[in-house]
Ligand binder design. Structure first.
Ligand code: UFG
Length: 339
């Protein structure tokens, strides 16, 4: 298939592009490069030895989005493009609602006009909100605690309504847990702009000497060691989940499916630090700080629906995730170069 990957220059998008190419698909990337460096494209071409068509485009612009579909024979879309920083979304709600929802609208509208019906959506485990049951299953109710999370909940609802209105759609909603790790080459990985919001890139930047020490946000949660517990999933396993979901919606008779993409394993912040110290051979200095507002104590995926229906499972361990993150970070201490 010829697959349009929106946000294909981003962290999860780029790893998925490589796996799509390896699986024999053609890839068209659409990205505005607002949170990605253009130099990643050359690395993707080198790693895959394949051609990648790239559109530098703001997908909130309906006319520009329509132009991509008019210029390319697209068979399916994997939609990653969107803003993703929780804290920033609280400070700039209008910008988050406008960007994330308008982007989804333009893409879905252009798909509709061009008869493209296969859509894989990059959603998040954040849509499970504050459910007291820590192991998340796809049938739980959805909600959110910040504008970023609400954009995911709202786009999921739009997709459900679309699938209800026209059952020729084949939509996969993929709810990611905590993606970490990097391609085994060390040539691509997560490259956050500014101070990292997330645990793993922060730890990696401490290990490489870009930051003095980590703050551990709370050690008095109701968890085995008191620190927050999450389901970390290697970005390569996550990327493989997208390829599997794309295959699956090509054969299913269901207009819409929802799958958790997680490892089903739960690790605390202190366990991640220890794994990173083993992987890097370096100390990770840290200090316990107050809880971060909006954080939940603990949750992880029940990935059994995806395991069963996609024939997919996450195979990489937390140690693999840290080894691969460290290879990327130590080879690229400042992230991707400017072109
Ligand atoms: N943490 C620290 N110090 C840091 C950063 C994080 O102690 O500097 C802790 C957090 O308190 C939490 C754990 O590390 O216990 C993981 O935090 P992350 O920020 O890495 O990830 P979150 O679970 O908060 O958020 C992630 C994604 C969101 C998504 C959410 C939903 O980043 O986009 O999962 O599953 F919405």
């Amino acid at each position: 298939m010829r697959v349009l990957v929106t946000g294909g220059a981003g962290y999860i998008g780029s790893h998925t592009v490589l796996q799509l190419l390896a699986a024999g698909h053609d890839v068209v990337v659409a990205d505005d490069f607002s949170n990605a460096k253009a130099s990643i494209i050359g690395r993707l071409v080198n790693l895959s030895s394949k051609q990648i068509t790239v559109y530098t485009v703001d997908l909130t612009d309906e006319i520009a989005t329509e132009h991509v579909f008019a210029s390319e024979e697209i068979d399916a879309v994997i939609h990653f493009a969107g803003f993703k920083a929780v804290g920033e979304s609280v400070a700039k709600p209008l910008s988050y609602y406008r960007n994330n929802i308008d982007t989804a609208f333009s893409v879905l509208k252009a798909m509709d006009a061009h008869g493209v019906r296969q859509f894989v959506f990059s959603s998040s485990a954040t849509v499970y909100g504050e459910n007291p049951v820590r192991e998340r299953t796809e049938d739980m109710p959805t909600s959110a605690t910040n504008p970023y999370g609400w954009t995911k909940v709202m786009i999921e609802q739009i997709l459900r309504d679309l699938a209800e209105a026209d059952e020729s759609w084949r939509i996969a909603i993929l709810r990611y847990f905590n993606p970490v790790g990097a391609h085994v080459s060390g040539d691509i990985g997560e490259d956050p702009t500014g101070i990292p919001n997330n645990l793993m890139p922060f730890v990696a930047q401490v290990a490489v000497g870009r930051r003095d020490k980590l703050q551990v946000f709370g050690d008095d949660y109701d968890t085995p060691d008191g620190t927050g517990v999450r389901d970390y999933i290697h970005v390569e396993d996550l990327a493989a989940g997208h390829v599997a979901a794309l295959d699956r919606i090509g054969t299913t008779d269901q207009p819409l499916s929802v799958w958790n993409l997680g490892s089903g394993q739960a690790n605390s912040v202190l366990e991640v630090i220890a794994a990173f110290e083993r992987a890097s051979g370096r100390d990770i200095p840290y200090a316990v700080a107050p809880r971060r507002s909006g954080d939940l104590p603990a949750y992880w995926a029940d990935p059994s629906k995806a395991n069963r229906e996609l024939g997919w499972e996450a195979t990489r361990t937390i140690d693999d995730m840290c080894v691969d993150t460290w290879r990327w970070q130590s080879q690229n201490p400042d992230g991707f170069p400017d072109l």
